[in-house]
Design a protein around this ligand. Structure first.
Ligand code: CS2
Length: 485
C-alpha cells in the first residue's frame, strides 16, 4: 500500500495537516530540498506552533517527483544513514507538488498567492542560466529568450520574475527569494539574474516591476549543507519494509544538516532558527569555506575515485592516498588562503568533513558528485588555484583535482558525460590524447578557465604532471606520487 494521509491514518505526523497553509513556494523539489529545506521548515513549524509555512514544491525539468508525491499527499520519508541516524521520519511540510514543465501558468499563480512570503530555490548550478563570460543572465539561452518573449516561463528565473510581476499587479505583499544552491553569494547572484531578466522586459513592464521589487523583494545569502545521494530502488524497498507502506518519494541522507542564512527578509519568515538554522551576517565566509573545503574535496574524491573504479565517496576515501590528497588540499591549499567565519574552527571542520565522507552507509556515488563538473570546477577549485597563485604558492592538490576532472572528461564518452557542457567539452578534446594535448585543449575552454589560468605555464605544468600520472601510472603509481612525490 502506498504512503498517504489515509494509509498512515493512526500514526502521528509532526504537523496537523488540516491546519497548514502555504507560505513557501520551493523551486526545484529534488531529493536535496526534501531532505533539507522541507525538514527544517517542518521542524520550525512543529516547534514554533506556526502553521503558515506549508510548502508548494515546483519541479523543474521532469514531472517524476510530482508523480511520486501527488498520490502521497506530499508526504515522504527521510531515511538517515550512518552513526547516530534518527529513526525513519515521514515529513509533512510539503502540501502540493506542481510540475513546472507541464503547469507553468499554475506556477506563476502559486508564486502570487497572498499567503506566500518566501520563495526557496534548489535548482543546482546549471538551473541559474548564467553567462560564464559576464556572470549575469545568459541571454543566448533559448528558454530564457522564450520566457522573456512572454511564453509561460520554463526557467526558474523566468518563473520568479513572472511570479513577482503578478504579485506587483495584484498588490500582494513582500516576498523573500532564498537561494539554497552552492554558490558564493547565492542571494546576490539570484538578485542580479532576476534584475537582469526584469530589465530586459519591455520598458512599460520593466520600470513598474523594478520599482516594486526595490521595495518588496530581498535576496538573502545562505549556506546549505547535507549530503543527499540519489535514492535507489534498494532504498525504497528498505523503507517499505520498515514503514510497511510504499514510498516512491523517499530520500536518504546523512544525519548531519546545516543551514546558515542572512537575516534579510522582506516580510515574515519561518522560525528556522528553532530548527537549528543559524542566522548570520557572515554567510559569504560560511559559503566560501563550505565550497572550497567540503565541496572541493568531494569533487576531488569523486574524480580520483572514478579513475580508480570506486563506486562511492566512502570507497574513494578508504584509499589511503586519496584521503591524504583530500586532507592536503584542505590543509595546504585551502586553509592558508581562506578567510574563515568567526565561529568556525578550520581544523575541526575539515576533520568532520572527512568523517562525513567516510560514512559507509550513505552510498553517495562518485558518479553523482562528479556530474556537472563544468559548473562546479570554477567555484570549488579554481578559486583556490587563483588564491594560491596570487599568494605566490603552488596549488598542488587543487591542481590534482582539476587534472582528475580533465581525465574524467577525456575518458568518458560524450553521451555518458553527465554535464550541460558535455558537447562543448568533447568538441574541444584533441584526437591525440597525450596529457599535454588534453590539458591544453581543456584549458582553452574559456567558459571555465579565464585568460590568466589558461596561459599560466606553471599551472599547466602541474596539470600535465598529475594528468600523466593518473593516465599512465595506475592506482599504485598515483598513490605513491600523492604520498611520497
Ligand atoms: C556534492 C554536493 O554533488 C555534489 O556536487 O558535492 O551535493 C554536496 O553533497 C552537498 O553540497 C553537501 O552539502
Amino acid at each position: 500500500m502506498r504512503l498517504s494521509l489515509a494509509s498512515l491514518a493512526n500514526r502521528p505526523l509532526a504537523l496537523d495537516r488540516s491546519a497548514l497553509n502555504p507560505g513557501i513556494v520551493h523551486l526545484g523539489l529534488g531529493a536535496f530540498a526534501r531532505a533539507h529545506t522541507a525538514v527544517f521548515t517542518e521542524k520550525a513549524m512543529e516547534l514554533s506552533g506556526e502553521s503558515g509555512w506549508g510548502i508548494i514544491g515546483i519541479t523543474q525539468r521532469s514531472d517524476t517527483v510530482v508523480q511520486q508525491l501527488a498520490p502521497q499527499d506530499g508526504l515522504f520519508t527521510v531515511a538517515e544513514r550512518g552513526q547516530a541516524a534518527a529513526p525513519l521520519h515521514v515529513v509533512s511540510s510539503v502540501l502540493e507538488a506542481v510540475s513546472g514543465r507541464d503547469n507553468p501558468v499554475l506556477v506563476v499563480k502559486r508564486l502570487a498567492l497572498p499567503s506566500v512570503a518566501v520563495i526557496t530555490l534548489t535548482i543546482t548550478e546549471k538551473g541559474y542560466r548564467i553567462d560564464p563570460q559576464t556572470g549575469s543572465l545568459n541571454f543566448e539561452d533559448h528558454q530564457i529568450q522564450s520566457d522573456l518573449a512572454g511564453n509561460p516561463p520554463q526557467t526558474a528565473i523566468g518563473q520568479i520574475v513572472r511570479g513577482l510581476q503578478e504579485r506587483c499587479r495584484l498588490g500582494v505583499g513582500p516576498v523573500t527569494v532564498v537561494s539554497c544552491d552552492n554558490f558564493p553569494g547565492n542571494g546576490e547572484l539570484t538578485e542580479r539574474l532576476v534584475n537582469a531578466f526584469a530589465a530586459a522586459l519591455p520598458a512599460a513592464e520593466a520600470s513598474p516591476l523594478m520599482d516594486w521589487m526595490d521595495r518588496n523583494v530581498t535576496f538573502p545569502n545562505t549556506m546549505v549543507d547535507r549530503m543527499v545521494p540519489a535514492t535507489t530502488p534498494g532504498d525504497i524497498a528498505a523503507v517499505e519494509r520498515e514503514l510497511d507502506l510504499r514510498d516512491e518519494a523517499a530520500v536518504v541522507a546523512e544525519p548531519f544538516m546545516q543551514w546558515v542564512i542572512e537575516d534579510k527578509f522582506a516580510g515574515p519568515r519561518p522560525r528556522w532558527e528553532d530548527a537549528g538554522a543559524v542566522f548570520s551576517n557572515d554567510v559569504a565566509a560560511w559559503e566560501a569555506a563550505k565550497l572550497r573545503l567540503l565541496n572541493a574535496s568531494h569533487s576531488l574524491l569523486a574524480y580520483l575515485g572514478l579513475a580508480a573504479s570506486k563506486k562511492t565517496i566512502a570507497d574513494a576515501i578508504a584509499v589511503e592516498s586519496f584521503r591524504a590528497a583530500s586532507e592536503r588540499m584542505m590543509f595546504q591549499d585551502v586553509l592558508p588562503t581562506l578567510h574563515l567565519p568567526e565561529r568556525l574552527d578550520g581544523e575541526t571542520y575539515c576533520k568532520q568533513v572527512l568523517a562525513r565522507f567516510a560514512n559507509p552507509a550513505l552510498g553517495h556515488t562518485t558518479r553523482k558528485v562528479a556530474s556537472d563538473g563544468s559548473q562546479k570546477v570554477g567555484l570549488r577549485l579554481l578559486t583556490t588555484v587563483r588564491a594560491n597563485l596570487d599568494a605566490g604558492r603552488t596549488p598542488k592538490w587543487a591542481a590534482l583535482a582539476v587534472a582528475a576532472w580533465m581525465h574524467h572528461v577525456a575518458t568518458t564518452a560524450a553521451g555518458e558525460l553527465n554535464d550541460p557542457m558535455a558537447a562543448e567539452l568533447h568538441a574541444a578534446l584533441p584526437t591525440n590524447r597525450s596529457p599535454a594535448s588534453v590539458v591544453h585543449a581543456l584549458l582553452g575552454v574559456r567558459n571555465i578557465f579565464d585568460d590568466r589560468l589558461a596561459t599560466h605555464a606553471g599551472f599547466a605544468a602541474l596539470l600535465e604532471h598529475w594528468y600523466a600520472i593518473i593516465d599512465e601510472h595506475g592506482l599504485e603509481g598515483l598513490g605513491n606520487e600523492i604520498l611520497h612525490g
